[in-house]
Design a protein around this ligand. Structure first.
Ligand SMILES: [Zn+2]
Length: 301
């Protein structure tokens, strides 16, 4: 039974925050690509794993830290098919909207953080539905629809090891940090669907949870699901409470940062706090929650 190999993309020059997962076999697949800005690290990882042919490039969703290098890798491996959720596919074919949407979050840091994004020809893309399996020969990877972090998002269950690659469905837990931070970016983050997706993952009967940020969860499937849910709910309480006295993003972010540090994140080393922040920042998470609460309020009125 062979576990997938983790390639550290060293996103933003940091270790253990964003992974890509290599399945070598009859057909070779890479799940997640990291951003284009760190594609050379992925290429080096593939080289040291003696990969000269990639059949499949699979992404859990199209955010730039997961799929940003897909177009670049598709050019380097012309035989590879890119597998993506049907909602994500048009944005990999024409990434202009995806880039513009990320620019609203990252502004002037776009180029430095992400390094651009190469479009993918439509005939190189295969869309995949919930429950559909990708055949790698000796094993299959089954797509599990798990929205919430984004409106479109798949986890992937490996038939051979029982490992479920959960993308960002459970949030983030960078290597060496035994805590979950939710990953709740605007504009699509939805708390209810996020919580439902975590329950769906809990019920898969998976042997282990592997996160894109980063690698094997340090606790059991059940505990990981429980802790990820608690983190989502705790952040929701912090944002909701701060939001009653201010609708200013900076002020709410300050309040949530203070609450998170008081609760547990204050115990992180400065370096680990920075790695966590560079994976999914307080400001981005709060912005996602604010937008979610605004939409809920509007729907209720
Ligand atoms: Zn991510």
């Amino acid at each position: 039974m062979s576990e997938p190999q983790i390639i550290d993309t060293k996103m933003h020059g940091l270790d253990g925050i964003t992974g890509a997962f290599l399945f070598k076999g009859e057909r070779t697949a890479l799940v997640e690509t990291g951003p284009k800005s760190s594609v050379n690290n992925v290429m080096a990882g593939l080289e040291s794993a003696a990969v000269d042919r990639l059949d499949l490039l699979i992404v859990t969703h199209i955010h730039l830290d997961h799929a940003g290098a897909a177009g670049t890798l598709a050019r380097k491996f012309p035989e590879a098919t890119v597998v993506v959720h049907p909602v994500g596919a048009p944005h990999l074919i024409d990434p202009a909207k995806l880039w513009a949407s990320a620019t609203r979050i990252y502004g002037d840091d776009m180029e430095r953080f992400w390094g651009g994004i190469d479009p993918i020809p439509p005939d190189r893309i295969r869309t995949i539905a919930d429950g559909e399996a990708i055949d790698l020969g000796s094993r299959t990877l089954t797509a599990i629809e798990t929205p919430g972090h984004a409106g479109h998002h798949h986890a992937y269950l490996d038939s051979e090891t029982g490992i479920v690659l959960v993308g960002d469905a459970l949030g983030v837990s960078p290597r060496g940090i035994a805590a979950f931070r939710p990953a709740t970016p605007p504009p699509e983050f939805n708390l209810e669907t996020c919580l439902a997706s975590i329950e769906k993952i809990r019920r898969l009967g998976a042997a282990a949870i592997w996160m894109t940020h980063f690698g094997p969860a340090c606790v059991s499937v059940d505990d990981a699901c429980t802790q990820a849910k608690e983190a989502l709910q705790e952040w929701a309480r912090w944002v909701e409470s701060a939001r009653t006295s201010s609708r200013d993003l900076d002020e709410v972010t300050d309040a949530v940062r203070a609450a998170a540090r008081e609760a547990s994140e204050g115990k992180l080393t400065a370096q680990d706090a920075d790695r966590m922040e560079m994976t999914t920042s307080y400001r981005m998470n709060v912005s996602g929650y604010m937008r979610y609460f605004d939409k809920r309020e509007k729907a209720a009125s």
